[in-house]
Design a protein around this ligand. Structure first.
Ligand SMILES: Nc1ncnc2c1ncn2[C@@H]1O[C@H](COP(=O)(O)OP(=O)(O)OP(=O)(O)O)[C@@H](O)[C@H]1O
Ligand SMILES: [Mg+2]
Ligand SMILES: [Zn+2]
Length: 254
């Protein structure tokens, strides 16, 4: 007892149960067991690895708000998309077995595509302990370009393999990349690798799969890997901005 008090005073274990190593040694019975803090630190590492943008880090599927959409068609589409995301988490084991992801798209900017994909990612990390990685298309290509530099710590192949092997990859905003041959080759390489490995990929885009400026071999792969989910063509972003401005005006001018 005395020892555990001392331990809690000096260790980094938030429960004061171990020396911060995540292991509890029971000297009397000569056994070792895992401390509760071990699971916490694995979870924290998983969240860090996921790299969900700050804006969306804490957001849940539950708080994906359907009332923000004005017309009934939009409300319906948003409700279906939310339902698909919730059911995806519920049926994650089956989805994993099938290697099937989702393709969230709508033609209007600010309609909630990234919001929904990111909160789906959060739910997979928090409830299914999945290793998720969120990356925007532009960052993905930038990271690949950086491996060309002679100062790069990893080779392009190492990076591509890491991307191909992530359990769930969220590629945000596919379709905004340059229409260049090397970009197409990179996408082909990543998506083919993930398809063959039956890895789940979640996409967001301002275009439907068939409208992407990629050749058929890439589009066919996306079609096989992900079920399209059409979000409303309505901007929640402008609505929220308008509301915020009104509140600020009220504060400043009243
Ligand atoms: N259904 C929703 N409930 C709550 N907040 C939402 C919802 N949809 C969007 N938002 C908020 O509106 C803003 C814009 O959403 P988001 O970034 O997901 O749009 P997008 O469709 O990805 O836009 P873009 O096409 O520009 O990438 C964000 O701040 C997001 O949190
Ligand atoms: Mg977006
Ligand atoms: Zn501990």
């Amino acid at each position: 007892m005395e020892q555990s008090k001392i331990q809690s005073a000096v260790s980094s274990c938030r429960y004061g149960k171990c020396d911060g190593s995540g292991m509890i040694i029971d000297k009397e019975n000569n056994t070792v067991k895992f401390c509760k803090c071990r699971e916490d630190s694995i979870h924290e590492r998983r969240l860090k690895f996921a790299n969900i943008p700050k804006e969306f880090k804490e957001l849940t599927l539950n708080s994906f708000d359907l009332d923000l959409y004005e017309n009934s068609e939009s409300k319906f589409r948003a409700a279906m998309a939310k339902k698909a995301a919730v059911n995806f988490v519920k049926n994650y084991d089956l989805m994993k077995q099938l290697g099937k992801g989702l393709f969230f798209y709508s033609y209007v900017k600010g309609s909630g595509k990234t919001r929904l994909a990111a909160s789906l990612g959060n739910a997979l990390v928090n409830y299914k302990k999945v290793r998720v990685k969120f990356i925007t298309t532009l960052d993905l290509l930038e990271e690949i370009k950086n491996t060309y530099s002679k100062n790069s710590e990893i080779t392009q192949n190492e990076l591509l393999n890491a991307i191909k092997n992530v359990e769930v990859l969220i590629i945000d905003d596919i379709g905004i990349e340059e229409d260049k041959q090397w970009v197409k080759e990179i996408f082909y390489n990543i998506l083919n690798g993930r398809m063959v490995g039956k890895k789940i990929t979640i996409f967001t885009s301002n275009l439907a799969i068939e409208d992407l400026k990629h050749d058929e071999r890439i589009k066919n792969r996306i079609e096989r890997m992900a079920t399209p989910v059409y979000l409303p063509d309505e901007s929640v972003r402008s609505k929220l901005a308008k509301k915020e401005n009104e509140e600020i005006q009220e504060l400043l001018f009243s």
